[in-house]
Design a protein around this ligand. Structure first.
Ligand SMILES: [Zn+2]
Length: 188
């Protein structure tokens, strides 16, 4: 039973929801990985060339062109399943890191330096994103004692737990547990 080879464009476009119009996010309606990115299987199971790639990367290649070697394809809209090429840009690993820090998604830079020095990370690709930063998709993010103290202090000063959570890219239930001392109780 020979498998028909379907051109990539015909496989991808029908699975992209463009109903929102040219400027809206175009969510991938097919399978997604655990980070929310659309996935597409390429190659054949029978000759062991089967691989999986990300839908937004394919879309970038189809519409915009080659992705430079080692570059990431990032979302201006910060919406992983989105395949609208207008929302995509290629970034070097260093750019990608600066973008993540700017969006408050990297917890390795304690307390998000982008917020302390807003000008520093404003590059060509910088888009302020108050959306997303969903802690559940970054469940392995490391908190530090300094961050825990800062979270409690901000909460005492009246900042809402969801606002704190969003700014740090962690789940608000984590912030709640920290504030109530259910976790990190050993940090004063
Ligand atoms: Zn989008």
């Amino acid at each position: 039973m020979g498998q028909k080879v379907i051109p990539l464009v015909e496989r991808i476009l029908p699975r992209v929801d463009m109903s929102g119009g040219p400027d809206a996010c175009w969510p991938w309606t097919g399978g997604r990985d655990r980070d929310g990115y659309g996935t597409v299987s390429l190659g054949s199971r029978t000759n062991h060339t089967r691989t999986s790639t990300k839908a937004h990367r394919l879309m970038y290649q189809l519409v915009i062109g080659e992705i430079p070697s080692g570059f990431h394809v990032c979302h201006r809209c910060d919406n992983p399943p989105c395949c609208n090429p207008r929302h995509l840009f290629a970034a070097s690993p260093a750019d990608n890191m600066a973008d993540m820090v700017a969006k408050g998604r990297s917890l390795t830079d304690e307390l998000n330096p982008a917020r302390q020095e807003p000008g520093k990370f404003k590059g060509r690709n910088f888009v302020p994103a108050e959306r997303r930063a969903r802690g559940e998709s970054h469940g392995s993010a490391k908190l530090t004692e300094k961050m825990v103290r800062s979270i409690r202090e901000r909460s005492r000063n009246g900042e809402s737990q969801s606002e704190i959570a969003r700014s740090l890219g962690i789940d608000h239930s984590t912030v709640g547990r920290i504030v109530r001392g259910q976790i990190w109780a050993h940090v004063a």
